[in-house]
Design a protein around this ligand. Structure first.
Ligand code: NDP
Length: 286
């Protein structure tokens, strides 16, 4: 029987820490504000943004959503990014992705001031992470490391195998695991004989976006398995990239879907907003 990597519980701890930090900053006259740029009416994006607003309110972080219709011009969004960078009342902000077809997210994200880049996805933030400089870390990978540590999973010296190499999850996760002194292998859709690689893992992190692709043939007995995937089932509910029922009996730790990585991602956004506010306040004092 595996120990469940309980994202709900660890996320609640993170939120409590953030709420305390936000209250302390407020005592010093520094409010924390997290802004969001939302373009179009994609139902998933609208739902994500309202849950992030709710999460923020719960820990005392103010938020403002900048809404635009789908036919907004790239230049208008670029101008807003500049404005949010300069606005001292905004601690941090992010652009809800994906953007509607016709808009290019990369140049917009590239313009975000790294000190306010609460998603940690700008090329500057990614570069700083890669060379070991302090930066705001991407929420999902950061949340995964926090979750593993909270459950006492040893990373230093461990064989870690990441399935997926996206800029959002796989690559920054590999960087963070390296920073924790794991021996890291990154797999992708062109990896030959995936099970022979993943079976080496003491810590297996699956972010392939392929519903229930990982089964017993992919895992080593006693390993820690983190399932990043999220897929909606037709009959209702969510499943991940891992066949939970099959894998759980033979591994040491496993994250469930839902209740694993998802809540951690949400909590780490709040953590980043607090960190951004602290950095901005410290810079103002200098
Ligand atoms: P992407 O589609 O951007 O990347 C998927 C990666 O997996 C690619 O690198 C791809 O390889 C690789 N891959 C795809 N199929 C296979 C395969 N059969 N074998 C090995 N590697 C494969 O996805 P994201 O990284 O954005 O997200 C991954 C999953 O995580 C999704 O289900 C997403 O919904 C979920 N997610 C969950 C979050 C949470 O908070 N829980 C947050 C973010 C994402 P290649 O590069 O060669 O194409």
């Amino acid at each position: 029987m595996a120990e469940i990597l309980d994202g709900k519980a660890v996320a609640a701890e993170v939120r409590a820490e953030v709420a305390e930090g936000v209250a302390q900053l407020k005592e010093h006259g520094v409010p924390v504000r997290l802004d969001v740029v939302l373009v179009g009416e994609d139902p998933a994006s609208v739902t994500y943004v309202s849950s992030k607003e709710r999460d923020s309110a719960e820990v005392g972080i103010a938020s403002r959503v900048h809404r635009f219709p789908e036919d907004v011009l790239q230049e208008q969004l670029a101008a807003l990014v500049g404005q949010l960078n300069r606005d001292p009342a905004v601690s941090g902000f992010f652009i809800q992705l994906p953007l509607p077809v016709g808009l290019d997210a990369v140049p917009l994200i590239s313009r975000i001031d790294p000190a306010k880049d609460v998603d940690g996805l700008s090329p500057m933030s990614a570069g700083r992470l890669a060379v070991g400089l302090p930066s705001l870390l991407p929420c999902t990978p950061h949340g995964i490391i926090r979750l593993l540590k909270a459950h006492g999973v040893e990373l230093a010296g461990a064989e870690a195998v990441v399935v997926g190499r996206s800029n959002l999850v796989g690559k920054p996760l590999a960087q963070l695991l390296l920073r924790e002194d794991a021996t890291v292998t990154v797999c992708h859709s062109r990896t030959r004989d995936l099970p022979s690689v993943t079976r080496r893992a003491d810590v297996l992190l699956v972010a392939a976006g392929q519903r229930e692709m990982v089964g017993v043939e992919h895992v080593k007995q006693g390993a820690a398995v983190v399932d990043v995937g999220i897929h909606r089932r037709e009959e209702g509910g969510l499943v991940g990239d891992v066949r939970f029922e099959e894998v759980e009996p033979i591994v040491g730790w496993i994250s469930p879907v839902p209740g694993g990585v998802g809540p951690m991602t949400r909590a780490m956004l709040l953590h980043n907003a607090l960190r951004a506010a602290r950095t901005t306040a410290e810079a103002a004092l200098r």
